[in-house]
Write a protein that binds this ligand. Structure first.
Ligand code: EPZ
Length: 422
């Protein structure tokens, strides 16, 4: 297992290119299985989750070619002959569960392993299954697998109201509904850019989805989805991560390129409360750190609210704030595995149920800390950037799932991160 050794105290100055979105690419990859011929997906990041999902898609007999230089994926589902997503792959990457909707929509038949939980607790899929039943699927469980079948090979469509709103369940139901033999309506649907991008790309290839970006999605089933190209969007969570890093590391001046600031929702307005230098261009965002980081409390919410995927990063920055703040996660109340690790670095942060109270300004000192999940890991790296001496971040395979060439990008703007193969 690889680890990072980070020498703290270096300012970040220069340009960082944002990669394609992991969480928007995965739905597009599943959607490619619905097409009548080959589909090309652009701006695909080089991440372990993408490589894992390529294997999952390959299990169906579909052809997957990843041009890693051009960052383009070519998926050809015409030779699909197996409607199974096996446990040993699904357990590694829970978004593989999108195969349920994709295989139901493409073939009317799916045998997909239930995904496991994750570092911060159970990740239920009840909404996915209840929603598919509402669209007319017959759902049974067998040995940890979901067996989903469409009567007569094609779903009739239907209506479903989800509670709470779920990104994954919305994606899965869109995939199941686009080629249904009728109309489907999904209420309290997720409005994340990942969902909007999926719907827009499917419509380009012949789907008939309306209401993307609103709580009500209406899908008129079509007989076929054409071959063609689906365009991925920049990674808004990587963007927010690097914005926070630049704001919390003293003396920093960073320009992010290949960005889509409009996908950040209310995050930008919250970020402005930091009173750091912020210049937003068409596809660039420049951040200049200020002398002091003020305490700014946040609460996560579904899009366009503050993303749960940025709460660990924000809490880490608040350890450097001049005052007390709170970070509350309403989406994942247990997503605080990074807290004990920040305490090891000297942070004054304590958890009370789904809130952490952060008392800045802590002087962080280097230590060995443990990654537990993707966003917790990047937060420990960010803490290492400001900690005195050297910080060792263990088990950074979590990072490699969701941040493309993280140490290269940060070292190119002045950080001192060394990857040690464990
Ligand atoms: C997606 O996960 C993202 N993953 C997560 O990012 C992100 O944290 C999450 O959305 C919330 O924004 C991908 O896009 C691959 P949800 P997902 O279903 O779809 C509850 C990262 O770091 N729920 O929107 O699994 C659930 O418990 C990852 O990149 C049910 O109760 O999230 C949670 O409280 C981590 N039943 C809430 O909904 C269900 O059937 C939102 O979860 C499904 C979800």
């Amino acid at each position: 297992m690889d680890n990072f050794l980070i020498e703290g105290g270096k300012s970040l100055r220069g340009t960082m290119a944002i990669s394609g979105s992991k969480n928007a690419a995965l739905p597009l990859m599943a959607a490619a299985l619905l097409a009548d011929g080959p589909v090309t997906i652009t701006n695909v990041p080089l991440l372990n989750d993408i490589f894992t999902f390529n294997k999952v898609i390959g299990e169906t007999g579909s052809q997957v070619l990843f041009d890693q230089y051009k960052r383009e994926l070519a998926i050809d589902p015409t030779q699909m002959n197996n409607h199974v997503a096996p446990y040993d792959l699904v357990r590694k990457m829970r978004a593989s569960f999108y195969m349920t909707g994709a295989l139901l929509g493409a073939a009317g038949d799916a045998r997909v392993s239930l995904p496991g939980g994750c570092a911060w607790g159970p990740r239920p899929v009840n909404l996915h299954l209840e929603g598919m039943r509402a669209l007319g699927a017959k759902i049974e469980m067998d040995g940890g697998y979901v067996i989903a079948k469409a009567p007569n090979g094609r779903l009739p469509g239907g209506a479903f109201t989800m509670n709470p709103s779920s990104v994954g369940a919305t994606v899965n139901l869109v995939l199941a509904a686009v080629r249904a033999n009728g109309k489907s309506v999904i209420r309290n649907a997720a409005m994340e850019p990942d969902v909007v991008n999926l719907c827009d790309n499917l419509n380009t290839l012949g789907a008939r989805i309306s209401g993307a970006g609103t709580p009500v999605l209406t899908i008129d089933g079509v007989d076929s989805i054409k071959s063609g190209t689906m365009n991925n969007i920049p990674d808004r969570i990587e963007t927010g991560t690097f914005m926070i890093a630049a704001a919390m590391v003293p003396g920093s001046d960073v320009t992010l390129t290949n960005t889509l600031e409009s996908d950040l929702g209310s995050f930008t307005d919250t970020f402005r409360k930091l009173h750091v230098g912020l210049d937003i261009g068409d596809s660039t965002i420049r951040i200049r750190s200020a002398d002091r980081v003020p305490p700014v409390s946040i609460e996560t919410a579904i899009y366009p609210g503050f993303p749960t995927d940025l709460q660990a990063q924000w809490a880490t920055m608040m350890t450097q704030a001049h005052g007390k703040s709170t970070v509350t996660d309403h989406i994942y109340p247990d997503r605080f595995s990074y807290v004990p690790e920040l305490v090891r670095l000297g942070a004054d942060i304590e958890r009370r149920e789904n809130t952490v109270i952060v008392r800045g300004r802590s002087e962080l000192r280097g230590a060995s800390v443990m990654s537990t999940d993707l966003r917790a890991s990047v937060s420990l790296v960010m803490a290492g950037l400001v900690a005195r001496d050297e910080t060792e971040v263990l088990r950074i395979y979590h990072l490699d799932r969701g941040y493309e060439k993280l140490e290269d990008k940060l070292n190119a703007v002045g950080a001192a991160i060394h990857r040690v193969s464990g």
